[in-house]
Ligand binder design. Sequence first.
Ligand code: PMV
Length: 342
Amino acid sequence: MSAPPLPGRRWPFVLRAPGKAILFGEHAVVRGRTALVMALDRGTEVAFEPRRSPGGLYVNGLPWHELGNPYLAEAVRRFPGWGEKDVSLTVRSQLPRASGLGSSAAFTVGLVAGFLLPEGEVARDRLARESYRIERSAQGVGSPVDTSASAAGGVLAVGARSRDDELWALPPEEGSPGFHVSRVNAPPWAWAAAYSGVAKATGLVVRRVGEVFNTSRGEEILEAIDRVAREGERALGREDRQEIGHLLTENHRLLQELGASHPRLESLVEAARPFVEGVKLTGAGGGGSVLALPREGQEALLLKAWARAGGVPYRLSVSPAGAGPRGEALPVGDHPDHVPGL
Ligand code: PMV
């Protein structure tokens, strides 16, 4: 399966970029092992409009450099001239920040797509590559998992191993292996996540976990996570819900051993257990969110249990589409309507 390019156009336009949830393999992917990631039906929109008065690039009503946003600063640095363009950006997100659900990747991909579109058609591998470089420079560490999911949509396998069926490859960056990105079967399942309310700091947790990886037990955990992710790809192919659940729970146990969990994540995992096939922390951890595959018919009970346990619950499904132009704006607000009626 391919990923069709984005058709070029001039502003005004609105770009919508999906967030992501990592099913298997976070942290191990930084060392080139396999991770599976899905693009979410929640995301971030970036509206591009001409500004009537001069003054350069404005974002949400402020000159871009006054925002102090590292992703924006890095994007402007890599696309010379954009800081001086009289363009106004409005950014709206359905994802809480620093929640492990890909809000910064979606923002970066939306931004880069908007910077590239006026030049003409944008190939998705280029969008993924430029966005990965920006995210990595802004964070100091990391893999192309989040930005690839937002650029491509669907469910992806990402790792250092090359494959015949790959969508695209990303060349090695300083201190990081090259990566290969392939599409994986995406069953039409209902997923759910809960944000713990504790903002995570990816760079910090990746460095802490890196110290565990450097021990002999760390090496075994790396291989175990890789095995779980590869079995996960096969189980998604068979649409085997029970096996996916079992593997999610197994991956969580390995992430606990790496020290990536947090007491708030553990209470969300415990609250979920009666209603799910499996549950794990998703993303860097140390805060952020948990992801679960609810048992069929148990979604509403799961969301209620999470809300009672103090989490911010979301129903989720896979977005088959990656970033692209949209006509309609999202509702205003940071992360509205997560659980209507609760
Ligand atoms: O930033 P997060 O929470 O989505 O974490 C990403 C997953 C890691 O594997 C920990 C880092 C990476 O860039 O792959």
